[in-house]
Design a protein around this ligand. Structure first.
Ligand code: ADP
Length: 660
């Protein structure tokens, strides 16, 4: 476009056909710079007629605020110095359109060298300038993007690389070189790069790369290497084979220094392991503590019970024995609560769903607290809303536990009036059982209701509080209700009474066999059964012996595992009651030894007698070859039921004595 311009250098006469017909605007001025002539192309481009342009300076006509001031200054200086000038310039037409010119101004002299004026030839280069500026913008954007990517890569500690498979040469980005301490001139082949990895890592890296090349699938690994400057770092590599028809195959990928990340990860894992170890230690501590408390409680409760039953006991002594038994029971229930709570916290409670009659379960549970309610003069009523299903599938022991807790609280916090137990069933969504316990007791301030379901939370937590308790009951109940697929809640008004309720998922079910009667089991006793009682604590052996005294059992005692094994080698027993924790040979080892060595007692039922009551302990007992488990503190009924179950022929076995 510029080439076809009427190249300046000679002044054109206004009548010159080149000037007249040129498609490029041309103008002439007098020595002062005032326009004296313009051609048609000037009129067409600028929109000013020749008449309008006459006598004006081109600048006053065409310059605009956006015209570069340096350009204007350069033109003025050239005019003053009477020298030619060529410059791009932004002008504005009469209609306000902006356009770019390639402007060339020549001074015009007469034969004597006297200035006659100036001639300007203008070439419209707007299209060119726009294209250029678009390209520039695109270039700028690309450069900016590249810079951003580089910045981000630097921030993330990521560099990229490429391997030409033909030459095996690796091309690194600056960031990649920086990460690996590679000097700019250092050229590495793929093999050289793999050699940077530690000897142990190298085969792994080689295998990953080979697989990536063979399969075409992306590959990645994280391995340690030593940089040429001797820094030991961990590098994460991702790569992939790129094959194109036009270009040779290559591997492309990125590397990242993950040394810091790994250190953080390891610290986190160590913290996690420490936390897990602390949880295990806590659980073990709780289990041990519970064992240590249960063991002496066995004596307290057992002998208090026996004492109460002595026929010739003075009344005061009998009432003291009763108090010892009640306090022991209270202590036992606190230990049970703590143990339960820690098991729930560690997600170690598993449900044991089976079909049961919900109505019978509620009646049976209410019967357990009826005496206590009676002592306080409270009326207990039970209502069923709607039609009760004959049986539902759920864990009845856990339902009983939650209900018993709500009932005990209701009795504890009610001085007078009544307690109503409502049972409801909603068959929708698979079946839901709803149990509510309403009392006319002291109530709970509205803002405290939700808090009570948190552990150790009580309305009155002061030292002077009237009501005892650990504040764990409702937290346990909440966890159990949620474990059973339900919820728990309470409505209460301060001074007027409370209603605590819970729900659980309980699909309708068929009763597999008649539930045992709620009444106390009638324990049948086998005469003459030979029982070996193994316990290192003499008091415990004495307790069992005394509990069994009214019955005609033939009892042998052993004070440790080794004695038990010896006894089992010479006497065929009908039942062995085996303590677990004993110095020397413990109960598990003794059981294994009896099963392995005693022909006489290989099949004899062995029942663990222990304060270790966690499921894991019971599983250990079974693994060692034991048949059953009796928890300490031993209840006489439990002991007799288990003895009957394991010593009586099956047809006279009692319904309650089924092995658990
Ligand atoms: P604990 O009874 O051992 O303190 P719980 O978790 O069973 O623990 O109960 C927490 C607290 O909730 C109780 O101390 C008492 O302040 C309040 N609470 C529970 N049930 C009732 C109720 N029926 N009436 C009034 N307050 C209750």
């Amino acid at each position: 476009m510029i080439e076809d311009a009427p190249v300046a250098g000679r002044p054109l006469s206004p009548l010159d056909p080149v000037a007249l017909l040129s498609s490029h605007p041309i103008l002439q001025t007098d020595p002062r710079g005032l326009i004296i002539w313009v051609n048609d192309a000037f009129e067409a481009l600028t929109g000013f007629t020749s008449a309008e342009a006459m006598g004006k300076t081109p600048g006053s006509l065409l310059q605009c605020p956006d015209t570069n001031p340096q350009t204007i200054r350069a033109i003025r200086e050239a005019l003053a110095a009477r020298v030619p000038i060529r410059t791009p310039i932004l002008n504005r037409s009469k209609a306000g359109r902006f356009y770019w010119l390639d402007l060339e101004i020549q001074p015009v002299f007469d034969g004597e060298g006297v200035i006659q004026g100036f001639q300007a030839i203008e070439v419209d280069v707007t299209d060119l300038m726009e294209t250029l500026s678009r390209d520039r913008a695109a270039l700028d954007l690309a450069a900016r993007r590249e810079a951003t990517v580089a910045n981000v890569a630097q921030l993330a500690g990521v560099g990229s690389w490429e391997v030409e498979l033909e030459t095996n040469r690796v091309i690194w980005t600056d960031q990649a070189r920086h990460l690996l301490d590679l000097d700019p001139g250092m050229a590495l082949t793929l093999a050289d790069s793999i050699a940077l990895f530690t000897p142990e890592a190298r085969p792994i890296v080689e295998a990953a790369v080979a697989l990536g090349v063979a399969s075409g699938e992306p590959y990645k690994f994280e391995q340690p290497l030593i940089t040429p400057r001797g820094r030991a770092i961990w590098i994460r590599v991702v790569g992939r084979l790129v094959t194109g028809a036009a270009e040779p195959s290559r591997l492309v990928g990125a590397i990242q220094d993950v040394t810091g990340l790994r250190a953080e990860r390891e610290a986190l894992q160590a913290a996690l392991a420490a936390a897990e170890a602390a949880t295990i230690a806590k659980s073990e501590f709780l289990a041990n503590m519970s064992h240590e408390i249960r063991t002496p409680l066995t004596g307290v409760l057992g002998f208090a019970g026996l004492l109460e039953k002595l026929p010739d006991l003075p009344e005061t002594a009998r009432s003291y024995a009763g108090r010892i038994a009640t306090s022991g029971q209270a202590l036992l229930s606190v230990v049970n609560d703590i143990l339960d709570f820690s098991k729930l916290e560690a997600d170690r409670v598993t449900l044991d769903p089976h079909p049961f009659d919900p109505w019978a379960l509620v009646a049976e549970t209410v019967a357990l607290v009826a005496a206590e309610a009676g002592r306080k003069g409270l009326t207990l009523t039970t209502e069923f809303e709607g039609e009760p299903p004959a049986a539902v599938l759920a864990d009845s022991a856990r339902v009983r536990q939650v209900l018993l807790n709500l009932l005990s609280n209701a009795i504890k916090f009610t001085k007078a009036g009544q307690i109503t137990i409502k049972l409801g069933y909603c068959p929708e969504a698979g079946g839901e059982l709803r149990v509510a316990v309403a009392d006319s007791g002291i109530g709970i301030p509205a803002d405290q209701v939700d808090r009570l379901f948190q552990r150790f939370s009580q309305v009155d937590g002061s030292n002077t509080r009237v009501y005892g308790g650990t504040g764990l009951g409702l937290a346990i109940s909440k966890s159990l209700a949620e474990l059973m697929g339900g919820r728990i809640g309470a409505e209460s008004s301060w001074g007027k009474g409370s209603t605590f309720w819970f729900t659980l998922a309980a699909p309708r079910a068929e009763l597999a066999r008649p539930e045992p009667a709620a009444a106390e089991a009638q324990v049948l006793v086998a005469a003459d059964a030979r029982i070996l009682v193994v316990d290192d604590v003499a008091m415990n052996r004495e307790l069992v012996r005394t509990m069994l005294a009214p019955f005609a059992y033939d009892i042998t005692e052993a004070a440790n595992g080794a004695d038990a094994v010896r006894a089992a080698l010479s006497v065929p027993f009908d039942l062995i009651l085996m303590d677990l924790q004993m110095p020397g040979m413990d109960g598990l080892a003794a059981t294994r030894a009896i099963r392995a060595t005693s022909d006489l007692n290989q099949q004899t039922p062995i029942v663990a007698l222990s304060a270790n009551v966690l499921p894991i302990h019971i599983a250990e007992c079974r693994d060692a070859g034991m048949d059953d488990h009796i928890a300490k503190p031993i209840s006489p009924a439990d002991l007799l039921t288990k003895i009957a179950h394991w010593t009586l022929p099956e047809e006279v076995d009692t319904p309650q004595s089924e092995a658990r």
